[in-house]
Design a protein around this ligand. Structure first.
Ligand code: 6PG
Length: 494
């Protein structure tokens, strides 16, 4: 019997769909699942008559593979990944390759890559985005690990991946060890931001008195061919908002509870940002909003004591459509600027050597954040690979400068109506902060720290926002002896 080109472990939806996708592109695929019944159901069902080899012992699974053996795990992140690696190891030889296609924590991937490398086994940690349909018909794939390891599966990955409108496969070598999983994590953080921003706009429209089908129409228009907001998430918002509740005339969206759960990648994104000192307030706002959404009992109780949450919009809702459109676009640019800033920082700290333009290209199709506007990001980074921030790209800077008033207006009206807009507000304030030569109260809080803790402060030159430096260009640091009469100021020299 012909040996399999690749093996897939894990027969949940993602594993099954990927195996079918690979088979449909001409590959023979061996499959294995911890519980044999799932493998059998798959073999007797969707895999029947296809070049898919079901196996029920890990030894048989590995033996069914062509050498060097390529094994893709689609299992839950954490202990199951380590468990399968342990199970596989006795049957693998130098040069074989294990791929983890789940949403693993990138530091786990760095550790696994290192441990397996010492044994001569290649390890790739890859992001696979696009859900069940993507896995089956073409996901976006973000592989990180040894370059030689990637070359072993490059053709398979290119064949099974989504193709952008220009035919380019949505996969590329991302970088060493944990780079692929890191990029997938930030993709998910950005996904959280996008979802929260859209959610706030939809909730705003609803509070102006619009019905769900009207909002769905607006979203469908925003997903139009040449619209700057055109994206998968806007598309599915339009589609899902029209859905009626089973057996009634109500819209499903009006009956779905305001509770959003999460599995962890958004939180990891924020944790990384805290660790790397990169502000990502909009993505954090999205995670915090999901947390607040889960506190339903508390919100129900609190809502009884406060009435400002039920304010009504007094104007013409239709006038707000264009305002909200451009406000959402600016907030999206702000949120992506934050996510990309985090990628850039991690790239240098972890030596991932990330190419932002190419990452944006991979995200153009297949994945959840796929959008027209990613092309614009690619162009911005192709024009200047060292762009200090996405907002510095002339095209985005131009749009933001010309239209930032619409984001301000959206937030103002939302707040007047008692509509929370944590992500939209943070996106606005991020832009204000990053474009401020002097941030409000920076000097005051610096003085407070020096006052109570002798922590020192820097100075700016008189009448200028520039830092005061010495003749060697080094920033000068000072401390005031606040409790000593006359409050003498000293220069701190280290
Ligand atoms: C994707 C998705 C996928 C999954 C998220 C959902 O890229 O295909 O991001 O990875 O749907 O993990 O995450 P939450 O459960 O945390 O919303």
């Amino acid at each position: 019997m012909k040996k399999a080109d690749i093996g897939v472990i894990g027969m949940e939806v993602m594993g099954k769909s990927l195996a079918l996708n690979m088979e449909s592109k001409g590959y023979t695929v061996a499959v294995y699942n911890r519980t044999g019944q799932k493998t059998k159901d798959f073999a007797d069902g969707p895999a029947k008559g296809k070049n898919i080899i079901p196996t029920y012992e890990i030894k048989d699974f590995v033996n069914a593979l062509e050498s060097p053996k390529k094994i893709m795990m689609m299992v839950k992140e954490g202990a199951p990944v380590d468990g399968f690696i342990e199970m596989l190891l006795p049957f693998l030889k130098k040069g074989d390759l294990i791929i983890d296609g789940g949403n693993s924590f990138f530091k786990d991937t760095i550790r696994r890559n290192k441990n397996l490398s010492e044994k001569g086994i290649f390890f790739i940690g890859t992001g696979v985005s696009g859900g069940e349909e993507g896995a089956l018909k073409g996901p976006a794939i973000m592989p990180g690990g040894q370059k030689e390891a990637y070359q072993l599966v490059e053709k398979i990955f290119r064949d099974i991946s989504a193709k952008a409108y220009d035919g380019e496969p949505c996969v590329d070598y991302i970088g060493p060890d944990g780079a692929g999983h890191f990029v997938k994590t930030i993709h998910n953080g950005i996904e959280y931001g996008d979802m929260q921003l859209i959610g706030e706009v939809v909730w705003f429209f609803k509070n102006t008195g619009m019905k769900a089908d009207r909002i769905a129409d607006i979203m469908a228009r925003w997903n139009g061919k040449d619209d700057i907001l055109r994206s998968y998430l806007i598309e599915i918002t339009a589609d899902s908002m029209k859905q009626k509740h089973a057996g009634s005339d109500e819209f499903l969206v009006d009956r779905v509870a305001d509770i959003t759960r999460m599995k962890g990648t958004g939180t990891w994104t924020v944790q990384s940002a805290l660790e790397l000192l990169v502000p990502i307030p909009t993505i954090a706002a999205a995670v915090f909003s999901r947390e607040m959404s889960q506190d339903k009992d508390l919100r129900l109780a609190m809502s009884k004591n406060f009435s400002f949450s039920s304010g009504k919009f007094g104007g013409n809702p239709e006038e707000m459509i264009d305002v909200a459109h451009d406000a959402l676009y600016i907030a999206k640019i702000s949120s992506y600027a934050q996510g990309i800033a985090l990628l850039t920082a991690a790239s240098s700290v972890y030596n991932f050597n990330l190419n932002i333009g190419r990452i944006a290209k991979i995200w153009r199709a297949g994945c959840i954040i796929r959008a027209q506007f990613l092309d614009e990001i690619t162009r911005a980074y192709e024009a200047n690979p060292n762009l200090p921030n996405l907002l510095a790209s002339p095209k985005f800077a131009g749009f933001v400068s010309a239209n930032i008033g619409k984001l301000a207006r959206f937030i103002e009206v939302a707040h007047q109506c008692g509509v929370p807009a944590l992500a939209m507000s943070s996106a606005f304030d991020y832009i204000l902060q990053i474009t401020s030569a002097v941030m409000p109260s920076a000097q005051v809080s610096a003085l407070q720290r020096d006052y109570f803790g002798a922590h020192g402060y820097f100075k700016i030159n008189s009448g200028s926002p520039e830092l005061m430096v010495n003749s060697e260009g080094k920033v000068r640091e000072f401390h005031t002896e606040w409790l000593v009469p006359g409050r003498p100021e000293k220069e701190i020299t280290k």
